[in-house]
Design a binder for this molecule. Structure first.
Ligand SMILES: O=C[C@H](O)[C@H](O)[C@H](O)COP(=O)(O)O
Length: 225
């Protein structure tokens, strides 16, 4: 079975967590796509939920499928959020933000009672960091943060879209950094990165995840914290 189908296998298992009356956080990306599509189908069949989208892209898709999208302020608190990841390790730690949605994703995860991560088998790793860690920065500070991260040995690269700087939904920049060889422990690294003025958020999700569902071939392997 291809990786694309493993994403769908995980997504279809995850939507079993959703019941009528819930407020649901909708993740972003190609794995989340299958989850949103499945929820759209459930809504057509009578499921009644409210949803908060983690990106403009997700909001557009969910609205198109008839899902009732509300703001985070209206939701106040979410029952469950289902989202993808770029890497997930054995300790439920994640790298996210490959699609640039890490800031809203982290805010939504923080405000959710249950966070379910869905992924194909290629995302499951023994150690985080083969995937470059995305950092969201305020444009005013980006060039100086690039220098600071370079001095830390993290080989930052500014994400581009063609010949222009890539911009997030919040109109910020993304720097992708290499944490594979760093000797800094992940919690410390998160603290150090967040302490640089102009760094808005990092793609390290170290404590928010409760359930990981990995599609392995046709099987959905569920791990609970
Ligand atoms: O910014 C994007 C999100 O963090 C995605 O959930 C993550 O990049 C995984 O995306 P995909 O399911 O497309 O691999």
């Amino acid at each position: 079975m291809s990786a694309v189908n493993e994403k769908k296998v995980a997504a279809l298992e995850a939507v079993k967590y959703i019941k009528s009356g819930m407020t649901v956080g909708l993740g972003t990306g190609s794995t989340a796509f299958f989850m949103i599509e499945a929820i759209g189908e459930m809504v057509k069949n009578g499921l009644q939920i409210k949803a908060v989208a983690t990106s403009n892209e997700t909001e557009k898709l969910a609205t198109k499928l008839g899902i009732n999208v509300i703001t985070l302020a209206e939701a106040k608190r979410l029952d469950v959020t289902i989202d993808g990841a770029d890497e997930v390790d054995e300790d439920f730690q994640l790298i996210k933000g490959g699609g640039g949605a890490l800031l809203r994703e982290k805010i939504v995860a923080h405000n959710s009672d249950l966070n379910v991560i869905i992924a194909d088998s290629s995302k499951s790793v023994a150690k985080l960091g083969k995937f470059k860690l995305p950092i969201e920065t305020i444009p005013f500070a980006t060039q100086l943060i690039l220098k600071e991260l370079d001095d830390m040995g993290l080989s930052p690269v500014q994400r581009m879209k063609g010949d222009k700087a890539y911009k997030t939904d919040e109109n910020n920049d993304i720097l992708d950094i290499d944490i594979w060889d760093t000797e800094i422990e992940l919690n410390d690294l998160e603290q150090q990165l967040k302490s640089i003025p102009g760094v808005v958020e990092t793609g390290l999700f170290l404590t928010s995840t409760n359930v990981v569902i990995i599609g392995i071939g046709e099987e959905a392997v569920i791990k609970k914290k």
